[in-house]
Design a protein around this ligand. Sequence first.
Ligand SMILES: [Zn+2]
Length: 168
Amino acid sequence: METLALGMRWESERPHVLVAACSDGRLQEATDSFLSRALGVRQYDRLYLPGGGGALSASGSDFMRAAEVRRECRFLIEAHGVEHLILLFHGPAAGGPAEAVCADYRRKHSWQRPDQVRAQQEADVRDLLGRRAEFSGGARLSVYRFEVTAAGGLQVAPLHVDEPALRR
Ligand SMILES: [Zn+2]
């Protein structure tokens, strides 16, 4: 087996940004594009799991997994000196296609309609904000949902962005 030289340099500098996003590959280019355009961030640390930010919340059903994911997140915050944690959710926009519902939410709430999943994700954000010290330490916190519109477009809705006074 031959080694393949990539012709690129390793960059030792970290942006001190951690993104928790869903593993869904259909959103990865959109995620990179949004973070680079809106926040000027690239080469960010990634915690990719089914559900993304939703994996940190038990959503009323999966307490052991959520607690473990919060521990992993907290580990990265401390080990990499993360100053800004970005939690990403995804799913259909209001009126968007049902097949855009996140697979992790389908697993946790198989009986919910897309609009109920949207409400569940917002409830999970409130749950996470109430326990943020468990997983984000003193890092600034932003939460967004990537939404698929009825026409098949992608948009990003802010669900929570820390006020400047809360930033350190
Ligand atoms: Zn997903």
